[in-house]
Design a protein around this ligand. Structure first.
Ligand code: MSP
Length: 508
């Protein structure tokens, strides 16, 4: 097993403006990727745009643009969203780039050469919104796709991928690799679907033009999902045996539950057929509703992540999205919940703690961190507040490994609660005159705990955590989990600046 970690978001359709679902997937991957980096794991993080297909072509036409003009414009909005959300991706792939097209063609040729692709005729239902084929028995009573999307009957000459032949091998793989699909409910859903029988998959279309041409048969464009899924390896330089491919493949794919089938069935089957290693893991997350309602353009209740950030600030939004949902489950967005969560957890617990302790140190310790002896620091490392913080690191790593993202935050917030209780109990302000030495020890303990909180919060609220660590004079190169020990404890007596509020309360 490789120690490196490669994480991907789905690549986003560029037929519309980014919404909260796109932001959620991206922030989730960003948090996981930053957390791995905090653990000193060599990590690569990919995102990008899915720019071909009938849906994009039709949106371009509606907007009086050529598809290329249209995707150029929208892929920029997605890149801008990544910047606005402080997403730390290492690469951004667009499926209209030459590096990607070459890769897709190479994969096609490989599948064609080894007999996995054959030519035939497709007659069946297609949903442009989902860019997916559906069988008659999958349609709802009112003749829609199971996702609620409209379907149309299409009959075209088509290339097929011999998917049926992989049914048993896929089931065998799921069986032997229990952790391949997360969560368990998603794994079950996939296994049931495959057990019901797989039919060969149509992988080319002739009724529109916007896509990658089938090598040697220009009438056909390659099915957008075969094209899109390949991004995960095209971005590493497939088919060349690049260093990146060698270092980082296989990936962990984070996706929304609606696109599970493509990632957990079709993609592994394509890869098996091409004799490429399967992904490390498929991690499926839930969906956001808006005040209890399904989010859709037709209902006019989409949520614009850029507006949210403008209204509340980036870190509060990132925090809310990660804390509100139990990862893997659906969650509900509401402005009221955002405000009350940010106020009660970030502002009241973490922000307040930092403000109280730093202001106190600034005022009563000569504008510096408390000046205490080495033996005192040793002693502090034995008190339960700090030993618990040390245990929390392991706990957070283990929760993160199981994608319990909101739980990681819960553990960090609990530390802040403990610290607040400790201040109230020890009342350092009452010791100013009577026992200034003890006062400094208590303050140091609290600030040292704040260092733990700041370091662990970095993946979630990077800007704010950075400010916390700056305020505590923590060196830039000492901000990883490995630095959370006695050896790297705060520098006694280091000068500090007058503290500024890091998590101000949001007024309703
Ligand atoms: N282009 C495909 C993915 C190809 S990956 C090889 C696609 N794009 S998408 O833009 O429609 O969706 C991107 C992601 O946004 C998906 O993971 C989807 O689950 C997620 N979301 C869309 N709406 C959502 C919510 N309301 N809530 C949470 N995530 C949702 O699918």
């Amino acid at each position: 097993m490789k120690d490196n970690f490669y994480i991907t978001t789905p690549i986003f359709y560029v037929n519309d403006a980014p919404h909260i679902g796109h932001a959620y997937t991206s922030i989730t991957c960003d948090v996981i990727s930053r957390f791995k980096k905090l653990q000193n794991i060599n990590t690569r993080f990919l995102t990008g745009c899915d720019e071909h297909g009938q849906k994009v072509e039709s949106s371009a036409i509606k907007n009086n643009k050529t598809p290329q003009e249209f995707v150029d414009q929208y892929s920029q909005t997605f890149q801008a969203m990544m910047d606005k959300l402080n997403i730390s991706n290492d690469d951004f792939i667009r499926t209209t780039e030459t590096r990607h097209k070459e890769s897709v063609k190479a994969l096609w040729n490989k599948l064609k050469e080894n007999g996995s692709i054959y030519k035939g005729k497709y007659a069946g239902w297609y949903s442009m919104r989902d860019e997916a084929f559906y069988s008659e028995k999958e349609l709802t009573e009112d003749g829609k796709a199971p996702t609620g999307a409209d379907v149309e009957w299409i009959e075209e000459s088509s290339y097929f991928f011999a998917l049926s032949k992989w049914q048993d091998k896929l089931l065998d793989y799921y069986e032997k690799n229990e952790d391949f699909i997360y969560p368990k409910s998603a794994r079950k859903e996939v296994i049931n679907f495959v057990k019901n029988g797989l039919t060969d998959l149509s992988i080319s279309r002739t009724s529109f033009k916007w896509g990658i041409n089938v090598p040697g048969d220009e009438e056909h464009v390659i099915y957008v999902w075969l094209d899109a899924l390949t991004n995960y390896i095209s971005a590493l330089g497939y088919p060349e045996k690049t260093q990146q491919l060698n270092d980082y493949w296989p990936a962990t794919h984070v996706i929304g539950k609606d696109i599970l089938r493509f990632h957990a069935i079709y993609w592994p089957a394509f890869l098996m057929a091409a004799n490429i290693q399967l992904p490390q893991k498929i991690v499926s997350h839930g969906w956001w509703t808006n005040d209890g309602e399904k989010i859709s353009k037709s209902l006019g209740n989409t949520i614009d992540p850029i507006e949210l950030v403008n209204q509340y600030g980036l870190d509060p939004v990132r925090y809310f999205l990660m804390k509100e949902i139990t990862f893997g489950k659906d969650g509900n967005f509401s402005h009221d919940n955002l405000v009350s969560r940010v106020n009660s957890e970030l502002a009241n617990k973490v922000g307040n703690l930092l403000q109280r302790t730093c202001s106190f140190a600034f005022k009563h310790c000569n504008k510096a961190l408390p000046d205490i002896s080495t033996t005192d620091i040793d002693a502090i490392y034995n008190i339960s507040l700090i030993t618990k913080a040390q245990k929390t690191i392991k706990l957070c790593i283990s929760e993160m490994d199981q994608y319990n993202i909101s739980q990681v935050l819960e553990h960090i917030i609990t530390l802040a609660e403990d610290a607040n209780a400790y201040i109230d109990q020890e009342a350092p302000w009452s010791l100013k005159k009577t026992n200034p030495k003890k006062m400094q020890q208590i303050l140091y303990t609290l600030l040292e705990l704040m260092r733990y909180i700041g370091i662990m919060l970095q993946p979630f609220v990077p800007d704010a955590a950075n400010k916390i660590l700056n305020q505590l004079q923590v060196k830039q190169n000492q901000r990883k989990l490995e630095h959370l020990k006695r050896e790297y404890a705060l520098t006694s007596g280091a000068t500090i600046d007058a503290p500024e509020p890091i998590f101000p309360r949001i007024e309703k």
